[in-house]
Design a protein around this ligand. Structure first.
Ligand SMILES: [Zn+2]
Length: 368
């Protein structure tokens, strides 16, 4: 199968080592200039001086409810550097170098890839050894959350059964199959020779999802230590989004999802409310985000508002760097509408449930 047969349904979320992530340009971009903590207690202290999202009674500041994107993305530059350091640390383990400057690191990577395919294949093996167990665990956790979400929707039983069957059988791949040259070529083309691009893809027609190893590595800590829980959190949205394409509304040359008609109410509801959703070509991505948000809602249920916010920062931070294109609404729209209006997420943050929130069948004020 050639690359052209792959319906590439998720955008590049950032750069790899040679292409510096453009996320940094976004830091501090929130419309109100809100600075929120990246993580941990020290960050909270810093935020308290600069517009703290936590009020004295432990509730989140009302600004978080009005503009979740700023609360999630504010001060994003720090988080992006952390993710980049994680990716470097993982590959540095392979290179067995301790040099830390960007220039010397790039040179070391250049030496590796100048040496050709055998080293690329060795790198894949190394990455699989380091990241494979956490990746598999993250994949199964996202699948379980998505299955719960499908189960909870107000859709006919036979559609639900078909969707559940589909989700159970989605093939989730994090690493190239070394015995399949097409798979190796595709991973290198999509994920970069170092495999560290933060990208993911779905091929709904084949019920297959591919996640670049770089996305998994971004969930490691700055020393490259892989903590499965943290990796699962960082991949929950992207995995549920990509698997969501397999039960979504995508239409492209040679492929139209059998489930597309099920989302006409959702489409109509969004289109009547938001200009960002006007392009019909964006329906596939908006439905995938619907499923991503549904999975996240089940993951944050029961967390305290600040914990839920921290989780969302990790889970959807990559969207912060994105802008609208033919298929995708802007990152701000994706966070402030498709994510924040999901009733389970609003409740976890202690925010009011938007009475006009769009549900799968288009009804507003849904409780899902
Ligand atoms: Zn997508």
């Amino acid at each position: 199968m050639t690359l052209s047969h792959w319906l590439v349904l998720f955008l590049s979320l950032g750069g790899n080592f040679t292409q510096k992530s453009n996320a940094r340009a976004l830091s501090g971009m929130g419309p109100h200039g809100t600075v929120v903590p990246s993580e941990g207690a020290r960050g909270v202290g810093r935020a308290r001086r600069e517009g703290n999202p936590i009020a004295a009674d432990g509730r989140l500041d009302a600004g978080v409810c009005r503009d979740l994107a700023s609360a999630v993305c504010g001060g994003r530059g720090g988080a992006e550097s952390r993710i980049e350091r994680s990716r470097r640390a993982i590959v540095r383990g392979f290179l067995a170098v301790t040099r830390t400057s960007a220039e010397s690191f790039s040179r070391a990577m250049g030496d590796v890839f100048g040496a050709g395919a055998p080293l690329v294949s060795k790198l894949s093996d190394f990455l699989q050894g380091r990241l494979g167990p956490a990746a598999t665990q993250a994949g199964e956790r996202a699948r379980a959350r998505l299955l719960q979400a499908v189960q909870d929707q107000a859709i006919p039983a036979e559609v639900k059964t078909a969707m559940i069957e589909r989700v159970r059988n989605v093939r989730i791949r994090f690493f190239p199959d070394p015995s399949d040259p097409d798979s190796v070529r595709r991973f290198i083309a999509n994920c970069g020779a170092d495999q560290m691009a933060a990208r993911a893809f779905a091929v709904p027609g084949e019920n297959t999802v591919e996640i670049c190893p770089g996305m998994v590595a971004g969930g490691a800590d700055e020393n490259g230590s892989v903590i499965p829980e943290a990796v699962a959190a960082s991949l929950m949205h992207v995995l549920a989004h990509e698997c969501g394409h397999c039960i979504g509304a995508d239409a492209a040359e040679g492929f139209t999802s059998e489930f597309r008609p099920r989302f006409s109410g959702f489409r109509g509801c969004l289109q009547s409310r938001f200009r960002d959703s006007q392009s019909d070509g964006r329906l596939g991505e908006m439905v995938a985000d619907f499923w991503g948000a549904q999975a996240l809602a089940r993951e944050v249920a029961g967390k305290r508002p600040m914990e839920a916010l921290e989780y969302l920062r990790r889970a959807v931070g990559p969207l912060c760097a994105t802008t609208a294109d033919a298929e995708h609404p802007s990152g701000r729209f994706r966070i402030n509408v498709l994510l924040a209006e999901t009733p389970g997420i609003a409740r976890s943050l202690g925010c009011r449930v938007e009475p006009e929130a769009c549900a799968i069948d288009g009804t507003v004020g849904g409780e899902r």
